[in-house]
Design a protein around this ligand. Structure first.
Ligand code: PGA
Length: 252
């Protein structure tokens, strides 16, 4: 696809210490500097956001929260709000990740978070994806429902700050990613659902693939998947694995 590829590095609950997080961010930055065709967003644990943001010198990597509540503040023990994540330096936020949905996050929660993130001027990376496939195609209805709910309150002017990360739950944390050809189909589907709401303007939103993306499948997915980037889990917390993905995307 034309334009820069976007890589979102979802560190999940890694690493254990701030020291290691800083080392990982520095290694990630050194790597990214060699690939000007890629833009990178790193989503570290929220506790490390502020210090990582402050530690960055020179060319900065955009930071993302992995999740955050829509309310600015309130009686929600153990949670962080979007406003707080933004105050700590996050310009992006992952919303509706499968691991959050598995803990009970609903489409309504996702919708509130997307509306709030966009209103705060942040970029919303909305994760959608079915838990399993079925021959009758009911999974498509589920993905449509997730997308429609997520973007219900999003204003058209904010579409360039909307990213849909399609991550089939059955391909997260596994050995194999989904087949690039199947992703191509899903990407067309996601774009169709967005276009049903916004028509031509929907082109401004970007579509990513996530789920066991690694050096084994990065090139095929990039060439055939009809996507604008990747959401990486495991391949983002190990510099050699990340290097492998970059090298496959842009062989020298
Ligand atoms: P994975 O995780 O790359 O380790 O499969 C992806 C994700 O959960 O976003």
């Amino acid at each position: 696809m034309a334009g820069k590829m976007l890589i979102v590095a979802n560190w999940k609950m890694h690493p254990r210490t701030y020291r290691d997080a800083k080392l990982l961010l520095d290694a990630t930055k050194r790597l990214a500097a060699k690939y000007p065709k890629v833009s990178l967003v790193v989503a570290p644990p929220a506790l490390f956001l502020r210090d990582l943001a402050a530690s960055q010198r020179g060319r900065k990597i955009a930071l993302s929260s992995q999740d955050a509540r829509a309310e600015a503040e309130g009686p929600h023990t153990g949670s962080v709000s979007l406003a707080q994540a933004k105050d700590c330096g996050a310009t992006h936020v992952l919303i509706g990740h499968a691991e959050c949905r598995a803990r009970g996050e609903r489409d309504e929660d996702v919708q509130k978070k997307v509306a709030s993130a966009l209103a705060l001027g942040m970029t919303a990376i909305v994760c959608v994806g079915e838990e399993m496939r079925d021959a009758s195609g009911a999974y498509l209805a589920r993905v449509r429902e997730q997308i429609r709910a997520a973007v219900l309150g999003a204003p058209e002017g904010a579409l360039k700050r909307l990213i849909i990360a399609y991550e089939p739950v059955w391909a997260i944390g596994k050995e194999e990613a989904m087949a690039p050809r199947d992703m191509h189909e899903m990407s067309l589907f996601v774009r169709k659902v967005l276009a049903e709401k916004w028509g031509e303007a929907a082109h401004a939103a970007r579509v990513l693939y996530g789920g066991s993306l690694s050096e084994k499948n990065a090139r095929g997915m990039m060439e055939e998947g009809y996507i604008e980037g990747f959401l990486l889990g495991r391949a983002s917390i190990e510099p050699n694995a990340l290097r492998g993905v970059f090298q496959e995307m842009y062989p020298v």
